[in-house]
Design a protein around this ligand. Structure first.
Ligand code: NAD
Length: 312
């Protein structure tokens, strides 16, 4: 793959992760950012992260840390980033104006063979790519953070995206070790965040109504639902909880409907309820200034889980 080039635009958290994924399969990556110091710190960070993965036996692909790292070049010139690239992954901030301004520039620098892929978490592909000459080459590849340990990636085409763009994006993501999930049509929040925000909405109401403490809501997930969800989704969970799905429906559909009808309407998270959750989290996870250390704690656990899942 070393003759094949990918352009990565934006070298923050997600640009770094995508770069690491692509080099693991031997692709050359040219990394661009409007801030030159960002690409420099990205290279340093990637070198360290590759080292940590190597130590844990989690380095992807067959190349060594040094061989992978040598595939990265950086630039302050957008044209150099996308020139001759067969795939462009955009990882700039989640802001429609910034994304559209970047893509309109890229649009002038590419041809109809390229794939134009955005990391957006919530902007619709049709909204970002409307008006681009090569909007038929545009697609969203939304990773889960951190991508190395949570490989599911939502692939979201617009109605005008060419079929081969979808197929080739899926193939590339699989090749670099990700687990792509294709949405048949674009929808606000895609799938991951629709599920995530449904959970947050109900957790919020449970706190507001004084049913349980914020810590206990988290315990229900971390010691209950989440334990299974590390290995299977809600459908397989249900399937195994009865003698198949139809049996599950016979047993529980009425009860589930009754509970779902009892859930409240959407509500903005704010005010005393949000403050109470924050206080509880400060006790549980540590005050705000210790969040970076707690993230490292989380990432060590995610690493251990990734190793376990790899062995199974
Ligand atoms: P980030 O802030 O860490 O990085 C953004 C980078 O883009 C910065 O280095 C910034 O200097 C650069 N940038 C800003 N304007 C630019 C421009 N015009 N041209 C080139 N580079 C520019 O952000 P991130 O967390 O990496 O998020 C990037 C995208 O990925 C967003 O759309 C976000 O929604 C999405 N995403 C983030 C996560 C997450 O958990 N952080 C998960 C999935 C998807």
């Amino acid at each position: 793959n070393s003759s094949k080039k990918i352009g990565v635009i934006g070298s923050g958290l997600i640009g770094r992760s995508y770069t690491m994924l692509f080099i693991s399969a031997g692709y050359r990556v040219t990394l661009y950012d409007i801030l030159p110091e960002q690409t420099q710190s990205a290279k340093k960070d990637i070198w360290e992260q590759l080292g940590a993965l190597e130590r844990e036996g989690l380095l992807r692909g067959t190349l060594t840390r040094q061989q992978q790292f040598d595939l990265i070049s950086t630039t302050q010139n957008l044209e150099e980033c996308v020139k001759d690239a067969f795939f462009v992954q955009e990882c700039v901030p989640e802001n429609l104006e910034i994304k559209r301004s970047v893509w309109f520039k890229v649009d002038k620098l590419v041809d109809n063979n390229v794939i134009l892929s955005s990391s957006t978490s919530a902007l619709l592909p049709s909204v970002i790519s409307e008006g681009l000459e090569y909007k038929n080459r545009f697609i969203v590849s939304h990773p889960t953070n951190p991508p190395f340990y949570a490989p599911a990636t939502e692939v979201v085409p617009a109605s005008w995206t060419d079929a081969d763009v979808k197929e080739k994006t899926i193939a590339l993501l699989k090749e670099v070790g990700q687990v792509p999930v294709v949405l048949n049509k674009e929808i606000k929040g895609f799938v991951l965040n629709r599920i995530q925000y449904s959970i947050l909405g109900e957790c919020y109401r449970l706190i507001r109504d004084g049913v349980v403490s914020p810590e206990d809501v988290d315990t229900i997930m971390s010691q209950g639902l989440g334990v299974r969800y590390a290995f299977m989704g809600p459908w397989e969970t249900a399937y195994l909880n009865a003698n198949g799905m139809l049996h599950y429906g016979e047993l529980y559909s009425d009860m589930i409907l009754g509970i779902q009808q009892d859930l409240g309407p959407p509500e903005r998270m704010e005010g005393p309820t949000l403050e109470a959750v924050n206080e509880a989290m400060r006790k549980l996870a540590g005050p705000e200034e210790t969040i970076p250390a707690r993230r490292q704690w989380r990432d060590r656990r995610l690493t251990a889980l990734a190793k376990l899942k790899k062995e199974m």
